[in-house]
Design a protein around this ligand. Structure first.
Ligand code: NAD
Ligand code: 3PG
Length: 603
């Protein structure tokens, strides 16, 4: 008897650039041809967004969500590599719904990439690209905890922002916006809009970075006396532009004009407040093309009303767009633009290409030069270290599997032996991959270069590094690497070295990772497949016995190596196997009288 089951699926397709169709092939309910996108989400209208079910189908291309308008050249570049979903003006809920289908997300300043976004991504989101400089709209800590790389495009909009700063400075000082509005309203108010001159006036540039120094250069061209405050700026660079670096208070007390160019961070948040306004020259004029949050907007209003601040020109606001009834927006002495600093055709094409290249590179596994939350490892260093990356991960994996069940791993030392000068050896990548190897076999967390230090810290795992400087010519970046785990017991007592630590050594041979020592026993095995380590009394016939047991179980042996302290004494045999032997086979190996202990390790 044929049984038919009828069901009805109502699904919303959040990737709105892809259509999803269902086509019945027969009148029975049994056979439907469904044409689907690479992945989609369906939901019940009775469920909250958290209940959305994501279905991912096999597709080799990654998916990149572009959540804000990006220049065409950047979009084209992304499309040549990935499925690109351009969905602008998403609500926070819509972004959270879509994100589990995306490998990368590209935003500008208008999208808040909150902790929730990373939580909803379910681990799939690997890169957030900020098409611009400021990353204050991205929760970088949450990204790091979720192993998601954050990259920005820090250079392509510098000139646009600096030009906008100068445009606001000049427009404000000559009341351009107010006079224009008045004229359009049919008035001719020449006496009302008398401005102030810039030449000879002191401009304080607060934040002497890329934009700040370009503003300074241009202001000098306008005949202004330019000073700057930046706790981290180099005096040489300031001198080269002819700008004097001063303290914060000196800048406040001597400036006729103050222009903000620092990032919004916890340290700079509302750094211009009632107290700082009170230290300014009466009648000072303020320009802000950095971030609204560096100014306490209520305090600015009070300073405008009391006459401390004569005028202000703002491109950025604490809340964007600011509320309609904002007193700041309505204030006659304010010149305003809706966050247009980076909005030139040239800058937008530039940031689009800069971020598209960086995101594609990161999705291909390359390290990004503009990473915000990961070490920037130059491409040449990366290619030289690639075989050691594989080695350190495998050594970490092996070492942790040697730890006896109840001993918690708290302290790991990684020793690098190299003939290279310490400055030529960047070990951050290797530390991250040892951490990955140590943590992944014993937990479900995903570890990468971005979150390795965070995850290690979170688990109370202290990783120290030591460099042994070898004599000789530094042909290879590293001669050998040791991983030591202190204060633990081992499942395989022979892995405990004289120091009392579990200790294993490895090296790269012909571009491949090899295990070269277990405890005090020399071995020589390629690190692939699974390994059986056996300690036995050195005597003839053991290799044959173990080989026979594995052959009976149909387990293919890829290699065997025996390392011994002295003939006839104890030896450690290392057996590489393609398949994992059954419990019965392992029991039989353990039953061979000469074998004193053994362990199976998975790579
Ligand atoms: N309005 C726009 O559209 C627009 C466009 C581009 C940049 N920006 C903003 O401008 C700011 C600067 O951009 P950038 O490219 O010059 O960045 P940058 O990193 O090159 O420069 C920032 C400078 O601020 C300095 N700084 C940090 N803390 C400081 C403090 N407490 N006091 C003084 N200086 C401090 C840093 O040392 C650095 O030199 C960022 O906030 C960025 O988001 C806005
Ligand atoms: O930080 C930046 O790069 C600027 O504020 C530009 O922001 P936008 O990309 O939203 O224009």
């Amino acid at each position: 008897m044929a049984v038919t089951t009828s069901f009805h699926l109502n699904f919303t397709n959040p990737l709105n650039n892809i259509t999803t169709t269902t086509t019945p092939l027969s009148s029975s309910f049994l056979s439907w041809k469904i044409s689907l996108p690479s992945s989609f989400t369906f939901s019940s209208p009775h469920r909250k967004p958290k209940s959305f079910i994501t279905v991912s189908l096999m597709n080799s291309k990654p998916t990149i969500l572009v959540a804000e308008k990006l220049g065409e050249a950047g979009i084209d570049l992304l499309k040549s590599f990935a499925n690109v979903d351009c969905s602008y003006n998403l609500s926070p809920e819509e972004l959270c719904t879509k994100i589990s289908l995306c490998d990368a997300l590209i935003v500008r300043s208008g999208t808040k990439v909150t902790r929730e976004v990373f939580e909803f991504s379910g681990g799939r989101l690997k890169v957030v690209g900020r098409a611009g400089v400021g990353i204050d709209n991205v929760d970088v800590s949450a990204a790091t905890e979720h192993g998601c790389l954050v990259i920005n495009a820090p250079t392509a909009n510098t000139i646009a922002a600096a030009e906008h700063g100068i445009a606001l400075l000049t427009a404000m000082s000559r009341n351009i916006a107010q006079a224009c509005a008045s004229l359009k309203a049919g008035k001719w108010q020449r006496n009302k809009y008398v401005g102030v001159s810039l030449v000879g006036k002191t401009l304080a540039v607060m934040g002497f970075g890329k934009v700040g120094s370009e503003v300074a250069r241009r202001a000098k061209g306008l005949g202004m006396h330019v000073i700057a405050h930046d706790p981290y700026a180099s005096a040489d660079r300031a001198q080269a532009i002819g700008v004097e670096l001063v303290t914060f208070d000196e800048a406040l007390s001597s400036a006729d004009f103050i222009s903000m160019h620092m990032p919004l961070t916890p340290a700079t948040s509302q750094m211009f407040n009632d107290d700082t306004f009170s230290k300014m020259k009466k009648g000072v004029r303020i320009v802000n093309v950095a971030r609204g949050g560096v100014i306490d907007e209520e305090a600015l209003l009070r300073a405008l009303d009391s006459g401390i601040v004569a005028q202000a020109a703002l491109d950025v606001f604490i809340e964007e767009p600011p509320p309609n009834d904002s007193k700041l927006v309505q204030h006659e002495s304010l010149t305003l633009t809706p966050h247009l600093g980076a909005s030139t055709t040239e800058a937008q094409e530039g940031v689009a290409v800069e971020i598209a290249e960086a995101v594609v590179g990161a999705l291909k596994g390359e390290l990004a030069a503009t990473a915000v939350n990961a070490p920037m490892v130059p491409a040449e260093v990366l290619s030289a270290l690639a075989p050691y990356v594989a080695l350190t991960e495998k050594l970490g994996r092996l070492a942790v599997q040697l730890v006896a069940g109840s001993s918690g791993v708290k302290s790991v030392k990684v020793t690098y032996a190299s003939a290279r000068a310490p400055d030529d050896l960047d070990t951050r990548l290797l530390r991250a991959t040892v951490t990955k190897g140590l943590i992944e076999p014993i937990s479900s967390v995903f570890v990468n270069l971005v979150n390795a230090d965070f995850i290690a810290k979170q688990r109370g795992l202290k990783i120290t590094e030591e460099l042994i400087l070898l004599d000789g010519s530094p042909e290879n970046p590293l001669e050998f690497i040791q991983v030591h785990i202190a204060n633990v017991e081992s499942k395989f007592a022979s892995a405990i070295a004289d120091s009392g630590d579990i200790k294993i050594d490895g090296r790269v041979k012909d571009g491949k990772p090899y295990l070269t020592k277990v405890g005090s026993f020399p071995v020589d095995v390629s690190l692939e497949g699974s390994l059986i380590l056996c300690r036995q009394v050195d005597q003839p016939g053991i290799i044959g016995k173990v080989g026979r047991i594995l052959a009976e179980e149909n387990v293919n042996v890829s290699f065997m190596s025996v390392g011994r302290t002295a003939p006839g004494k104890q030896a450690v045999m290392t057996i590489g196997v393609d398949e994992e032997p059954s419990g019965v086979a392992l029991k039989k190996i353990g039953g061979i009288p000469a074998i004193e202990e053994f362990v199976l390790l998975k790579l």
